[in-house]
Design a protein around this ligand. Structure first.
Ligand SMILES: *Cc1c(COP(=O)(O)O)cnc(C)c1O
Length: 345
């Protein structure tokens, strides 16, 4: 059997043995009646970790983000977002469809929006023609920028600007624990500059399913109603929340390994002719390589790698994404680099 090294996403991580055991033993109840003790515990623990009053367990990160937009905004408003943010580009146009709001995009530098650009994007005047700003969204780490961390001072400045304008800030923190590990701080130090935050349990943290949406008590209670409307009211979902508790207890610190591995992969791929890497964006567990100067298109190279068991994602005609996670070892990286060398030479 061919060896498979799967760099497509950290979402492919399987639950650990400890998670399986916790899932088997989980105490459960009907969570729509707020009677699932394991979910209640997960929501309490999750809220405390991000320093918010309350939290809501949701089936996916997308649902968490969409609930946040719906809960914070009114129809016809604008949401300020980074141009390549997940909410803008990878959630099926949900904010327009589900919340009736429009995206006001701001181009970031490596995913990071400048204070000046965000300030200029805010519209809060009395002109009857103008859509009014209802929300600012941030993404940390920024997926399409290659897992880049938005610095805390940038978050702080944008948050202050939002407060001066009485606007809420939502953080798409699908990988916010990667940001905290990179910065060497508690995740609270990042999320304190937001009114709400979504993070995924199902990515590098290895839980099989689930994300968290956290914020004030009032925000979470309103989001809970909308979650029911979206069809996300779950019953004995303590069986999956149990894995989430293990994820938060045991799986955060090991993200450092994924970051070390992406650096190793980047340093080796940097030596191959035809591959260019923006080294400044190599920070957490995502690596974008540019193969414009090689003889391949992204689709062709991804296909060549796939024939050799190396799975990656096409981002554009010349950009390919690698993601490291718990199932990627240093040995896997050496193996993959050997195969890529074979293809490129
Ligand atoms: C994965 C991801 C999401 C959504 O998560 P799903 O659970 O796949 O819906 C949201 N934002 C970012 C930045 C992500 O990478």
């Amino acid at each position: 059997m061919m060896r498979i090294v799967d760099f497509r996403s950290d979402t492919i991580t399987k639950p650990t043995e400890e998670m399986r055991k916790a899932m088997y033993e989980a105490e459960v109840g009907d969570d729509v009646y707020k009677e699932d003790p394991t979910i209640k515990k997960l929501e309490r623990v999750a809220a405390d970790i991000v320093g918010k009053e309350a939290a809501l367990f949701v089936p996916s990160g997308t649902m968490g983000n969409q609930l946040a937009v719906l809960t914070h905004t009114e129809r016809g408003q604008e949401v300020i977002l980074e141009d390549w943010s997940h909410i803008c580009r990878f959630e099926v146009g949900g904010i327009a469809f589900l919340s009736g709001v429009q995206a006001k995009t701001v181009k970031g530098t490596r995913g990071v929006m400048s204070l000046k650009d965000v300030n200029e994007a805010i519209v809060l005047d009395n002109d009857i023609h103008h859509p009014q700003t209802g929300l600012i969204c941030l993404e940390n780490t920024h997926n399409m920028a290659g897992g880049v961390v938005v610095p805390i001072d940038v978050m702080n400045n944008i948050y202050n600007l939002a407060k001066e304008n009485k606007l809420p800030v939502h953080l798409d923190g699908a990988r916010v624990f990667n940001a905290a590990v990179y910065l060497g701080c508690e995740v609270k130090e990042i999320t304190k500059y937001t009114d709400s935050v979504m993070f995924c349990l199902s990515k590098g943290l290895s839980a099989p399913v689930g994300s968290i949406l956290a914020g004030s008590e009032a925000f979470v209670e309103k989001a809970r109603r909308y979650r029911k409307m979206f069809g996300g009211g779950m019953r004995q979902a303590g069986v999956i929340a149990a894995a989430g508790l293990v994820a938060l207890d045991k799986m955060i610190d090991r993200l450092k390994e994924d970051h070390d591995n992406i650096k190793l992969l980047a340093s080796k791929l940097n030596q191959i002719d035809g591959i260019e890497i923006d080294n400044e964006s190599v920070q957490t567990n995502i690596l974008m390589i540019n193969i414009e100067s090689s003889k391949y298109s992204s689709k062709e190279l991804v296909e060549e790698m796939k024939k050799r068991g190396i799975l990656t994602s096409v981002i554009t005609d010349s950009i390919i994404r690698f993601v490291t996670h718990r199932h990627i070892t240093k040995d896997n990286i050496n193996y993959a680099v050997d195969k890529i060398n074979e293809i490129m030479n």
